[in-house]
Ligand binder design. Structure first.
Ligand code: BG6
Ligand code: MG
Length: 219
């Protein structure tokens, strides 16, 4: 029996992966180089500073900036990102998000958020879904980012539910690794090609919701 569902945010409950990618693209262009489209999948689930390192490889600039300058660059990327998401409303939720969250609550299944993003609380508020969550893990409280299990383990601990009773939902390869390492059941949202490490991948939250009902995972 499943007692909790632990959601990732970006790329799962809302399609912010595009905005993250756009912001990195703008930063790269300000620094004088271009990034390829494949970057969008490479930074899925990866923390802000680790993502910056991936971005800088395309300009061969990893060794050029000091740690302090890198923090400034990452903060600047965040300003660009915030500008892209500042107008977010419930309309920016992925299709089926509210009906899924509502049904989970009705059925007594706990709901947690395990997002690497420091902007997650802002987005939950802007999209009007904060109240659905029993637990929102603060990524600043986590030592190792995805693919390490820390953030999903923290969600399990805060929920008071062992990982074996939890489903983890992710759009990122690194996120599925994190879920598996934590001992939760992984479910993917998005591309089967990107999520080659996950057996159960859905095109969106609606088909994930139907699967939970069809297989009596929620009753
Ligand atoms: C993840 C995104 O959810 O959060 C990554 O998939 C992002 O692309 C990471 O880098 C950190 O987000 P933020 O908003 O704290 O920079
Ligand atoms: Mg994600």
């Amino acid at each position: 029996p499943v007692k909790a569902v632990v959601f990732d945010l970006d790329g799962v409950l809302t399609e912010t992966s595009k905005a993250h990618f756009e912001a990195w693209k703008m930063l790269a262009s300000e620094l004088g180089f271009e990034v390829p489209d494949e970057l969008e999948d490479k930074v899925r689930g990866i923390s802000r500073l680790d993502s910056l390192e991936i971005v800088l490889t395309y300009g061969n600039l990893n060794e050029v900036y000091t740690d302090e300058e890198k923090v400034d660059l990452a903060n600047h990327k965040n300003d660009l990102y915030l500008d892209l998401i500042k107008g977010y409303t419930p309309e920016n939720l992925s299709l089926g998000a509210v009906s899924l969250l509502t049904e989970l609550r009705e059925k007594g299944i706990k709901i947690a958020l395990a997002s690497a993003s420091k902007n997650a609380p802002f987005l939950l508020e802007a999209m009007g879904i904060t109240a659905y969550f029993d637990v929102v893990v603060d990524p600043a409280s986590i030592e190792n980012g995805k693919p390490e299990p820390d953030i999903f383990l923290k969600a399990s601990e805060l929920l008071g539910i062992t990982p074996g009773y939890c489903i983890g939902v992710e759009d990122a390869y690194a996120g599925i690794e994190s879920i598996k390492a934590a001992g939760m059941t992984p479910m993917g949202i998005g591309s089967k090609t990107v999520l080659s490490n996950c057996d159960t991948v859905f095109s969106g939250l609606e088909s994930f919701h139907n699967f939970l009902l069809d297989h009596s995972i929620i009753k």
